[in-house]
Design a binder for this molecule. Structure first.
Ligand code: C5P
Length: 242
């Protein structure tokens, strides 16, 4: 495989074209940003940790019937993926109240939700990734009604899988963000990454609300030991199959 030009550089990853138009190469960086890139830093080893975690989770999801863009992991920081047209929508699933849900609704941190909450956000940095209603999604033609239904169904299936998977790792899956793309048959497949950058993960054996955090909240809120937490997630995830 020959790597060709850089197509896009994001906050945490770089996307390269390859000699096969159906295949892209993603490079996972150590760079970290939070609060719409107002906070910037670097977490040593994060790129490799996230690449390993996401690769393993995508393979496990594929084995459980969820179509993803994952092809293989040619090196520690690199993932080969199917070329897709990314939908400009971030799909967030929440099992426990945290983050913006608490800020915007007044729900207490840690409240266990009766059923998973699925939310859609407009992937638009200039607008600050606003929360969308179903009608706004349709108004902006970001997805068809059938696609919205399918995104919700897939997000809930992925949540069912990930919740059980992380439980076996001794980790509570609080919430997470997904991105989807359309392949060349216009089929929706899971894209981007699933990692401690995109999930809230709490260590089950730990009651202390700052000690239990194993995800990017350690970086967002200066809790320390960020790389250590990511490494621990990786070690537990790589040992686990479902
Ligand atoms: O900030 P908020 O509570 O809405 O985030 C919900 C979940 O989505 C968290 O796990 C967060 O890490 C993830 N997220 C993300 N990328 C964004 C926004 C949220 O990975 N742009």
């Amino acid at each position: 495989m020959t790597v060709r030009q850089k197509l896009y550089e994001g906050k945490a990853k770089i996307l390269y074209a390859t000699d096969d138009p159906q295949v892209l190469l993603t490079y996972f960086k150590d760079d970290a940003t939070a609060f719409n890139a107002q906070k910037r830093g670097s977490i040593e080893g994060k790129g490799a940790f996230n690449c390993a975690i996401a690769s393993h989770l995508f393979q496990q999801l594929e084995a459980n019937g969820i179509a993803t863009h994952f092809i293989d992991q040619p090196s520690a920081n690199e993932m080969r993926v199917r070329a897709v047209q990314i939908l400009p929508v971030e799909v967030v699933v929440r099992n426990i109240a945290a983050g913006s849900l608490c800020q915007q609704t007044g729900l207490s941190l840690g409240l266990v939700l009766q059923q998973p909450l699925v939310e859609f956000y407009y992937k638009n940095d200039a607008l600050g990734d606003p929360l969308l209603t179903r009608d706004r999604l349709l108004l902006l033609a970001l997805a068809t009604p059938e696609q919205v239904d399918q995104l919700r169904t897939m997000a809930l299936q992925i949540n069912d899988f990930l919740k059980s998977f992380f439980l076996q790792c001794g980790i509570t899956l609080v919430d997470f963000k997904l991105e989807f793309g359309l392949d060349h048959h216009q089929k929706i497949i899971l894209a981007d990454e699933i990692s401690p950058d995109t999930c809230r993960l709490w260590n089950q054996g730990e009651a202390d609300p700052t000690q239990r955090v194993m995800d990017k909240d350690r970086f967002r809120h200066d809790l320390g030991d960020v790389a250590l937490a990511y490494r621990q997630v990786m070690e537990r995830v790589l040992q686990q199959t479902l």
